[in-house]
Design a protein around this ligand. Structure first.
Ligand code: ACO
Length: 371
């Protein structure tokens, strides 16, 4: 059997999963795993969390301008979307509901190509309302209208719970949204760029991205962090629990990372926000206390490999702390990533080339049909 490429161009070395293959140029997010740095348009993630808001960070990604006063509230859900959400079974996964909502929303809009910052703003403002509406409908509750006086993260909580969050809770979720906004050319962002490269519209790009994020290899499992902390129960019991889990060959959720060898800067930023909460809820005291124990035991068990806290650890704590049920975690991550997906779509369209890699053909040689 002869291996040959589809493409007439010179074949390059095959890299399964495109690992290490540059597939885009970007000025948006820079992920430096060795140094534990994450930059959005050159700005450190820790500084953006400390001094910015999600609307300001999203605007930075879309336009390149840093305006800390930039505001974005959640937007009303069009009737057609509400009809679709009401038709879904209460057992539907929130990610499926969100993907469906974005698709119906796209059908109600005039989304010309190329995608624009205005389109990105509208979609990013719509999706939290849609997810909150579904979360209420599945409980037999009526959706809550957006409150234009609230910024996006606080507005999402308002529509989810029907009561305005306190300032610390809103701040914690806003910080989570900032750290989730962008992370280079991950699978869902690449998906959004591929779809945009065909000159398809922004809603289609985000529908595809949500589909990619839904897979367990990408969307992560912060709910497993919650479960492990729950099983430990207290800081006093943590060390024995951790040692027993590692003896069974299990992994500690929220630690280790494929790219980061240093402390994940997103975890550090979320920890700072969590620690600054005046009244720390029990879940947070537990997470902070257990982290030190976990890092000590992991360093002892794996002296050859830097196993540090990753973003999921404090993401889980923050999401639980703001009162989200664990099955809403992945879709809430998708809400945060809207900024990055849509910014990449705008960037892709700005210097567009249809993304069309080649495949190495490994099938049968040319042959006649039997008979
Ligand atoms: N707990 C215990 N041991 C670990 C952990 C962990 N969290 N992470 C890695 N190790 C150990 C492995 O058992 C392995 O040891 P061994 O060689 O003795 O078998 C060694 O460290 C290297 O592990 P790899 O799997 O090669 O590391 P990799 O870089 O591929 O894994 C991953 C990264 C998948 C994140 C891993 O650290 C892990 O499973 N962590 C727990 C799950 C988690 O927190 N996922 C969220 C990641 S953040 C995100 O995706 C946004």
């Amino acid at each position: 059997m002869t291996a040959m490429t589809e493409s007439p161009t010179t074949p390059r070395a095959y890299s399964p999963g495109l690992e290490g293959v540059p597939a885009a140029e970007t000025a948006l997010g820079r992920v430096d795993g060795e140094a534990g740095r994450l930059l959005y348009r050159g700005y450190r993630i820790g500084d953006l969390v400390a001094r910015g808001t999600y609307p300001a960070v999203a605007n930075l990604l879309w336009t390149g301008d840093w305006d800390p006063a930039h505001r974005l509230s959640t937007a009303p859900v069009p009737d057609a979307v509400m009809v679709a959400l009401r038709a879904l079974p209460a057992t539907a996964k929130p990610m499926d509901a969100l993907r469906t909502a974005v698709s119906v929303w796209g059908a109600t809009q005039q989304l010309d190509w190329p995608p624009t910052a205005e389109q990105a703003r509208a979609l990013t403002a719509f999706s939290p309302s849609a997810l909150a509406a579904f979360a209420r409908l599945r409980q037999g509750l009526e959706p809550v209208d957006p409150d234009p006086s609230l910024d996006l993260a606080a507005g999402f909580l308002w529509q989810l719970k029907g009561s305005a969050p306190d300032a610390a809770t809103a701040r914690a979720l806003d910080a989570y949204f900032i750290v989730g906004a962008e992370h280079g050319l991950n699978a869902s962002t690449f998906t959004a760029r591929v779809i945009t490269s065909t000159r398809s519209d922004l809603a289609s790009a985000v529908v595809g991205a949500i589909g990619a994020l839904k897979g367990p290899l990408h969307g992560g499992a912060p709910s497993e962090v919650v479960e492990q902390l729950h099983q430990m129960g207290s800081v006093e019991h943590a060390e024995a629990w951790i040692r027993a889990a590692l003896d069974r060959g299990e992994r500690l959720m929220g630690f280790g990372h494929r790219v980061y060898r240093a402390y994940d800067p997103r975890a550090a930023a979320l920890r700072t926000v969590a620690e600054s909460m005046e009244l720390k809820p029990d879940w947070l005291e537990l997470a902070i206390g257990v982290e030190d124990v976990a890092l000590r035991v992991l360093a002892e068990r794996h002296p050859e490999r830097a196993l540090k806290t990753n973003v999921e650890y404090y993401a889980a704590s923050v999401l639980q702390g703001v009162g989200l049920s664990p099955d809403l975690f992945p879709a809430t991550f998708a809400l945060a990533r809207h900024a990055g997906w849509t910014a990449h779509a705008i960037e892709q369209a700005g210097a567009n080339r249809l993304i069309r890699p080649s495949a190495i053909y490994i099938g049968a040689d040319e042959r006649d049909l039997p008979g």
